[in-house]
Design a protein around this ligand. Structure first.
Ligand SMILES: [Zn+2]
Length: 233
């Protein structure tokens, strides 16, 4: 009699144990999945914050998925939606932005560098002087954020002013105030030239994602300072 009663109880216990084991495995898998998702997001964010400046060249194996914008401009697919939203909002506020540069290959950057250098030497500067002068205005090939596909140069459509004198146009004033809302930062601001090593470039915007851009804006940091503060070990 007793044996008959015990048997189902034992079987039930086994069933419960099995169920508990299955639940445990599911729980572990879910937690692992969440962690992996988190890692992937962190990695993505870190990649968006890739530092390229005079000391940090674009790494050989850096690659991105690009999207062709109108008029032959190309950018990293991750910043295109935010860029379009930013340009639309700028137009709505009375600005008239136009993209004058976006992704550049190493070769295109080299051509830009060589042309600018030739123009300076034609003006009478020695090769050495010209290079020193140019270094604060233009990136050497291999050292440009444009080669990442995460930077755009913007200007006011139809403006007669040269790019470096456009800071006070309605378009560039609006961008300076509002670009962070769309994940873009003014990469070489006037008050950070000592840190970035670059002259003020009111036209050059770098995508870092909305969260980082909001923090950078809030704390008034250069990208170098931001990475140093939040991302270096
Ligand atoms: Zn630029």
């Amino acid at each position: 009699m007793n044996g008959k009663v015990k048997k189902p109880a034992k079987a039930r216990l086994k069933l419960w144990l099995l169920l508990a084991a299955v639940l445990l495995v599911v729980l572990i898998l879910v937690l692992l999945g969440l962690r992996l998702y988190q890692w992937k997001k962190e990695l993505e964010q870190t990649r968006l914050l890739t530092l390229v400046d005079r000391e940090h060249p674009v790494e050989d194996d850096y690659n991105s998925e690009f999207i062709l914008l109108g008029e032959g401009q190309m950018l990293d697919s991750r910043c295109v939606d935010d860029l379009e939203a930013m340009l639309a909002a700028c137009r709505q506020a009375g600005g008239d932005p136009v993209i004058t540069a976006s992704f550049r290959t190493w070769g295109a950057q080299e051509r830009a560098w060589e042309e600018a250098l030739a123009a300076l030497t034609e003006q009478g500067f020695s090769q050495e002087e010209a290079e020193r002068l140019l270094e604060t205005r233009l990136d050497r090939p291999g050292y440009s954020e444009h080669e990442l596909g995460l930077a755009v140069d913007l200007a006011e459509q139809g403006s007669e002013l040269p790019q470096e004198q456009q800071a006070e146009t309605q378009t560039l004033r609006w961008l300076k105030e509002n670009s962070w809302r769309y994940g873009f930062i003014l990469r070489y601001p006037e008050n950070k030239t000592a840190l970035t090593g670059m002259d003020y470039r009111p036209w050059h915007y770098r995508y870092v994602g909305r969260e980082a851009a909001a923090q950078i804006h809030e704390l008034d940091l250069s990208l170098e300072e931001y990475i140093q503060m939040f991302y270096s070990e």
